[in-house]
Design a protein around this ligand. Structure first.
Ligand code: ATP
Ligand code: MG
Length: 471
């Protein structure tokens, strides 16, 4: 099969010339070829393998390019990288790898194209297209990767037990590709991953999280989490989630399976947002339910305080997985903490003050919170489904009305601490905080409107009660 048409990017002409000049057999291999055949349509990073020195080839390519791009050389890995028109091109010499038990870093020797294809993770990632003039565009597909692409199958080139135990990261990659591309993982691979699941512990958290992010950003993330669960990898990397599995029954009362519910919420929210962290919030919104689950005869199953407990768990989980402990983490925490608030409001008569408090507490994240809560509706009862959505619609309308009138979002105290100190001749003291808090409370409760005049009048009244004298 000839795939010249995959090589339309002009960088390939230059690589062909360089490879011919050096008499170096060269191929484009891996993700680029796969994604071309899948017509994924994204200009992707390009991986080039040379049967010989990849670094030499990269130097020659840079020489031939008018822009003479800088090349980054990684001597220890025998690789070199350059950027051309915003595409990363990586050059590597074909190699043969052998692995020790306790490490995913192989012993590397020079090898043939076949050796290099053997060390690839999946048949669909081992496809190579020849770049030299002699044989230009020829597809080299020793493992029937093309047919696996058509059948949508993830399969390893070698015995799966070798591929996965050599580098356990490949287990996550298999599941990630299956999720991203909507492929099936062949049965012997699934069995091998399940057997090797605990080897995931030799993989760094950063790499695990990279794969989790990619799963999370897929169209239907639940597919990946179900595979992680089925192969027992999930219990090693996100035990908080597997703890949500199962339905308990006592005295004829059951609760829902919060694991499968969570995955539905993640899929739901993914239809409405591509925001990685909002999707994470959906994944973690119920993790506090496992440690807070109780049963009582009177009320049945309860998860009191699971939002608070869950938001504390978010911090620990991020820390353990070496995820950033920054404002993204805080957003996830806040959404978990507040995840029941709009529901509680919507179940009752929606009052202005409850809505003002919601907007005040959620701040800039009120839209995200509403998106999460709407995704949280997973009831299979169409009547209830409609009712819950309708209730949130009422909350949204009320929010709009209240916000237009009261401007609670990005609330600024109408009277500043400085002003209070001047009016009552106070040094920094507790009274100032008390007054500011009282004003804020009065506004949120709707006792006074959110404007300066009303706030000052209210403050004078309060100050009088507190026995403060005007200066
Ligand atoms: P994407 O860039 O979309 O993640 P990709 O297939 O290009 O997909 P990369 O991580 O960029 O993935 O790797 C490029 C190629 O290197 C892969 O196609 C595969 O052939 C090989 N490869 C990457 N990681 C591994 C690994 N852990 N084990 C074996 N081969 C790998
Ligand atoms: Mg790539």
């Amino acid at each position: 099969m000839n795939l010249k048409k995959a090589l339309s990017n002009s960088i390939f002409n230059t690589i062909t010339k360089a490879a011919d000049d050096l008499s170096l057999e060269s191929y484009v291999i891996g993700g680029f070829v796969r994604d071309f055949l899948l017509k994924r349509g994204k200009e992707k990073d390009i991986d080039i393998v040379a049967i010989g020195s990849g670094i030499k080839l990269a130097r020659k390519v840079s020489d031939l390019l008018p822009s003479k791009p800088k090349i980054q050389v990684f001597k220890t890995y025998g690789t070199a990288m350059l950027k051309s028109n915003d595409i990363d091109v990586e050059f590597v010499g074909a190699r043969k790898e052998s692995y020790a038990q306790d490490s995913r870093n192989p012993i590397v020797e020079d090898g043939t194209l076949e050796d290099d294809q053997n060390r690839r993770d999946f048949t669909i990632n081992a496809l190579a297209i020849k770049l030299n003039s002699d044989g230009y565009g020829e597809l080299i597909d020793p493992f029937n990767g093309l047919s696996d692409l058509e059948r949508k199958i993830i399969r390893t080139p070698l015995d799966p037990d070798i591929t996965y135990s050599d580098d356990p990261l490949r287990m996550m990659r298999a599941i990630r590709f299956a999720t991203q591309l909507d492929f099936m993982i062949e049965r012997s691979s699934i069995e091998s991953i399940t057997r090797n699941a605990d080897r995931i512990k030799i993989i760094t958290n950063e790499r695990i999280v990279d794969e989790l992010h990619k799963i999370m950003l897929s169209d239907v993330p639940s597919k990946g989490f179900l595979l992680l669960e089925k192969t027992r990898i999930l219990q090693h990397i996100l035990p908080e989630l597997t703890a949500l599995k199962g339905i308990d029954e006592k005295e004829g009362q059951k609760h829902k399976d919060n694991f499968y519910h969570t995955l539905e919420v993640v899929d739901n929210i993914s239809k409405h947002t591509d925001d990685l962290w909002l999707r994470w919030a959906a994944l973690l919104h119920d993790i506090g339910k496992a440690p807070t689950k109780r049963f009582s005869k009177k009320v049945g199953w309860t998860f009191h305080g699971h939002e608070f407990v869950g938001s504390k768990m978010v911090y620990k989980l991020f820390k353990r997985l070496k995820m950033p402990l920054n404002d993204k983490m805080k957003l996830v925490q806040k959404l978990v903490l507040m995840s029941s608030r709009p529901i509680i409001i919507s179940e009752d008569h929606v009052t202005d003050s409850a809505v003002r408090r919601l907007i005040f507490d959620a701040g800039d994240h009120i839209e995200d919170l509403m998106t999460l809560c709407e995704a949280d509706i997973t009831t299979k009862n169409p009547r209830k489904f409609k009712k819950y959505h309708n209730n949130f619609q009422i909350v949204r309308e009320k929010m709009k009305e209240v916000e237009e009138r009261d401007h609670i979002r990005n609330f600024q105290p109408p009277v500043s601490g400085k002003e209070i100190m001047e009016r009552f001749n106070l040094k920094p003291s507790r009274e100032i905080g008390t007054l500011k808090e009282a004003i804020k409370e009065a506004i949120l409760e709707g006792e006074i409107p959110n404007d300066k005049e009303a706030a000052i009048a209210y403050m004078l009244e309060k100050a009088n009660e507190m026995g403060l004298k005007k200066s």
